[in-house]
Design a binder for this molecule. Structure first.
Ligand SMILES: *Cc1c(COP(=O)(O)O)cnc(C)c1O
Length: 459
């Protein structure tokens, strides 16, 4: 390798350099994300409205658009020390392979047993539930990463954990399920007959393989009908983006140490939590007019909330039991095609990111899954890490951008979020290797069906 390595392959932080605060990007947004609405009254949800569903301290964080920095409680900092800092890697090998003048960095969040960034918020949410004296929490999980992270966090704080797992994943990912049970969680395939909303969905759509929106409805129902339980969510919510800012604060501290300034920051976007967390402190600078960056959200072409969705108030779940959020959405009835293997299948998007995108602070791209797996494999072969399909959406666009630099000769600095590992996604990799993976792009007519279910609200 010819390049002089002034910058090490891995940039680590010392324990005393780890973030002590989360950064709340809402404080620097001029147009604040729209408030959650009570679906009955169409009034903004108050802390009292939210109290039966969420933990008190998390409600405060959810509703707080003004506090810029939140001290990370010492117990959470201590837990973070077990697996953080996450490595910030200079992708020298990928650069060499692509023969690009671009400088590529990735922040790798798959270095913990749950295998993704989700543990950053899971441990925070479990901590606040414990502090409130609750018995346990309920949640949903799609591919299983969030359920796994929450199971780990709950076992650490000795809390009960009930996970509603989208049925198709429950069946296709038995090992994920067993990891959760190892950490003491109970796992139910959704839709199930254990809840009223589950029974209703099963009646309406017999044989359905489930969706995140449907599993959310079930988990919420169980939380509100069992004393001492609350519901927790692994993405989309403001509080989750707040916790995930630890990724961005760490990345920025490490880059600052070496005087590295990214030109563009790329992340995959399902509900928006890793991307929102990674870009947070950089977006803060952009919002305050201190420095400009290009931000790119990458989503699957089969579930294109930002690139083809509507910016509107919508239900967060299929059963319409949750508050409504203003976001880019495909409609809560949207269920991605069954051939969709790569995660990121939620119909909506974080209100924070939706607002930033709407206001032109961020771009979005949709990519097809065969192209995503092609990038995943290319990355794995030179950088060694087996990436999660979700993370590989970001790899795809990072590679595309690096190849553009090759054409133009620009030496751009690219930072992307590598959110997790793909060990439990080998069925999808198998399909790709066997040439059985197909790309599905919904037609406008397909999307119209989902849009038809978006409530018509004039505010
Ligand atoms: C959950 C998950 C995502 C997507 O969720 P966001 O909230 O959009 O970050 C991406 N990558 C991995 C590995 C995940 O587990």
């Amino acid at each position: 390798m010819s390049a002089k390595k002034v910058i090490p392959y891995k940039i680590y932080l010392e324990e005393n350099e780890l973030p002590k605060t989360w950064y709340n990007v809402r404080a620097d947004m001029q147009n604040k994300p729209a408030p959650l609405l009570n679906p009955g009254t169409l009034k903004p949800m108050t802390a009292a409205d939210l109290a039966p569903v969420f933990c008190d301290e998390l409600i405060k964080q959810e509703l707080d658009n003004d506090t810029r920095e939140y001290p990370i409680p010492q117990e959470i900092q201590d837990f973070y020390k077990m697996y953080r800092p996450s490595p910030l890697v200079r992708a020298y090998c990928l650069e060499e392979k692509l023969k690009t003048p671009a400088k590529i960095y990735y922040k790798f969040e798959g270095n913990n047993t749950s295998g993704s960034h989700k543990l950053n918020s899971a441990i925070a949410q479990a901590y606040y539930a414990k502090k409130q004296g609750l018995k346990g929490v309920t949640t949903e999980t799609g591919a299983g990463q969030w359920g796994t992270a929450l199971s780990m966090a709950c076992s650490y704080f000795d809390l009960d954990c009930k996970v509603y797992m989208v049925k198709v994943s429950y069946e296709q990912k038995p090992f994920r399920r067993e990891v959760m049970r190892t950490y003491g969680a109970s796992v139910v395939p959704s839709p199930s007959d254990t809840t009223a909303v589950g029974r209703k969905i099963l009646e309406q759509f017999p044989g359905t393989t489930g969706s995140l929106g449907c599993a959310i409805s079930e988990a919420v129902e169980v939380a509100v009908s069992n004393p001492g339980y609350r519901y927790v969510l692994g993405s989309v919510l403001n509080q989750v983006l707040l916790h995930q800012s630890v990724i961005g604060v760490e990345a920025k501290t490490a880059m600052d140490k070496y005087g590295i300034v990214p030109d563009m920051i790329i992340g995959c976007a399902g509900g928006g939590s890793n991307l929102g967390g990674l870009i947070a402190p950089f977006m803060g600078q952009k919002l305050r007019g201190e420095r400009d960056y290009q931000f790119i959200a990458v989503e699957p072409a089969s579930c294109p909330s930002l690139t083809r969705g509507k910016f509107a108030y919508d239900f967060c779940d299929t059963g319409m039991v949750c508050p409504m959020a203003k976001m880019y959405t495909l409609g809560s009835g949207f269920i991605p095609a069954p051939n969709h293997a790569g995660g990121l299948r939620y119909h909506g998007m974080s209100s924070i990111l939706s607002q930033l995108y709407h206001d032109g602070y961020m771009e979005a791209r949709a990519v097809e899954q065969t192209k995503v797996f092609e990038a995943a494999e290319q990355f794995a072969r030179v950088e060694g890490i087996l990436p999660a399909p979700e993370s590989s959406h970001a790899i795809r666009v990072a590679i595309d951008e690096a190849l553009k630099c090759k054409e133009t000769g620009e030496e751009k600095t690219i930072l992307f979020g590598l959110t997790g590992t793909g060990y439990f996604d080998m069925v999808a990799y198998e399909k790709y290797h066997d040439g059985q993976m197909t790309d599905y792009i919904p037609t406008d007519a397909d999307l119209e069906k989902g849009f038809a279910g978006i409530p018509k609200i004039d505010l």
